[in-house]
Write a protein that binds this ligand. Structure first.
Ligand code: ZN
Ligand code: ZN
Length: 127
């Protein structure tokens, strides 16, 4: 079974997801920008029972980070956990297939080829 392991920068907050993610996407929305201090963010979404979290975490608006080093590691929504691709220990394990909130996309970014694009949230399109 596939295992995806990651964590915060200081190593106290760890996350492990197993199996196949439900989907992998990129988001450009203002909440993601502000939370990460980055221009966009990428996550793999797993069912919450496929994800194990260990160590202390602090949350704000369903987004969780390490209280020691501040790294943003995961987010929760309903029965799903968003595992941030940037906190995985090894790169190039998962590739996003869609982009949300492209209305907020930085104009200088190159096109991400082959990705579905949504002006706003993908849920509004019944996906
Ligand atoms: Zn940490
Ligand atoms: Zn977002």
């Amino acid at each position: 079974m596939d295992l995806f392991e990651g964590g915060c920068r200081c190593g106290r907050l760890r996350i492990m997801a197993s199996g196949c993610p439900l989907r992998v996407g990129v988001c450009h929305c203002i909440d993601c920008r502000k939370h990460h201090g980055a221009l966009f963010y990428a996550a793999a979404i797993f069912p919450s029972d496929a994800v194990e979290i260990s160590g202390p975490s602090q949350g704000f608006a369903d987004r969780f980070f390490c209280p020691t080093c501040g790294s943003a590691v995961f987010a929760c929504s309903g029965s799903e956990v968003e595992v941030h691709l940037g906190c995985l220990d090894v790169p190039n394990q998962l590739t996003p297939t869609y982009e949300c909130w492209v209305s907020w996309r930085e104009g200088w970014l190159p096109e991400f080829k082959g990705m579905n694009r949504f002006d706003r949230d993908r849920d509004e399109f019944g996906q």
